[in-house]
Design a protein around this ligand. Structure first.
Ligand SMILES: NC(=O)c1ccc[n+]([C@@H]2O[C@H](COP(=O)([O-])OP(=O)(O)OC[C@H]3O[C@@H](n4cnc5c(N)ncnc54)[C@H](OP(=O)(O)O)[C@@H]3O)[C@@H](O)[C@H]2O)c1
Length: 261
């Protein structure tokens, strides 16, 4: 299958980078020509939006949501004739809205990727319209495997998933920096503090993923009675850490829904 990426910024570039580990049959386009550097680095092609629409079986639409209609409008005659599969990653644009902007009925997949996709550790919930063929979907999932976790999710839950896994990396980077700041205040050099914090976050996530134990049980295993970790946890809870984190996800979800209106 030949893949095209219309728009190749932060997110399009992350998916193209991961996909290029499966196949080099990829062409990217943008407006400024910046994506030429990525194309050179990944040893993939560069072309115009029209060239991509004419030649690709699967077209990733990686422009900002408010630019989608304007980008698709001139491609409508080609899309109506060729009916490639469109893969949209635009926050808050539905499958039906993408079909409407494309100007015809054609297969559409909606994904909600996150930036760790670039290093093969992404989370990508997806949903499809009724024109996506099962054989094509399986081929696409196989090629997308280097991105990380691809998981089917009903469309009504995509905004909620976006608030967790789409935006989540930003929240975790703040946590990483804050953990390191604490350690620097206790005398650890900055570079060591950052790498210990990052490995601790990755290690804790792996413990959960590999053992399947409840996070509460894993937490209890770190907290010795009368020890220091339980005192640290109390300091977090005094500042309403759990409420702050879950309110953060809910606020993001509400904003996603508002943007979709
Ligand atoms: N960033 C995230 O974490 C994230 C997560 C989930 C979903 N998304 C979604 O991913 C999409 C892209 O977001 P982003 O963060 O990657 O944005 P970005 O870094 O600003 O990239 C947008 C890209 O679109 C290109 N572009 C704009 N208009 C175009 C046109 N008419 N023809 C061809 N290329 C065009 C831009 O090219 P120039 O630079 O040349 O203008 C740029 O390469 C958005 O819809 C967003 O909702 C992002």
């Amino acid at each position: 299958m030949r893949y095209g990426f219309i728009g190749c910024g932060n997110m399009g570039g992350a998916v193209a980078r991961a996909l290029s580990r499966s196949t080099k049959d990829i062409v990217v386009s943008d407006r400024s020509g910046k994506a030429k550097n990525l194309a050179r680095e990944l040893e993939i092609g560069y072309g115009t939006n029209e060239e991509l629409a004419e030649s690709c079986d699967v077209l990733f639409l990686c422009v900002k949501p408010h630019m989608m209609a304007g980008m698709l409008q001139p491609l409508q005659p080609i899309l109506a004739r060729r009916k490639p599969v469109l893969v949209t990653m635009a926050a808050a644009l539905t499958l039906a809205q993408i079909e409407e902007m494309a100007g015809c009925r054609l297969p559409v997949v909606r994904i909600m990727p996150n930036t760790p996709t670039a290093v093969g550790c992404g989370v990508i919930p997806y949903c499809c319209n009724d024109l996506v063929d099962q054989t094509m979907l399986e081929l696409w999932l196989k090629d997308m495997a280097p991105c990380g976790l691809l998981d089917p999710l009903e469309e009504t839950l995509i905004d909620a998933a976006s608030a967790l896994s789409g935006s989540g990396p930003a929240y975790l980077y703040v946590m990483l920096e804050a953990l390191a700041d604490g350690a620097v205040a206790c005398g650890i050099p900055r570079a060591k503090a950052m790498s210990y914090a990052a490995m601790t976050m990755a290690g804790a996530a792996q413990m959960y993923l590999q053992t399947g134990q409840h996070p509460g049980a894993l937490k209890d295993a770190v907290c010795s009675p009368g020890g220091s970790t339980i005192v640290g946890l109390r300091a977090l809870e005094q500042r309403a850490f759990r409420a702050a984190v879950s309110d953060c996800v809910i606020a993001t979800y509400n904003k996603n829904k508002e943007m979709g209106k």
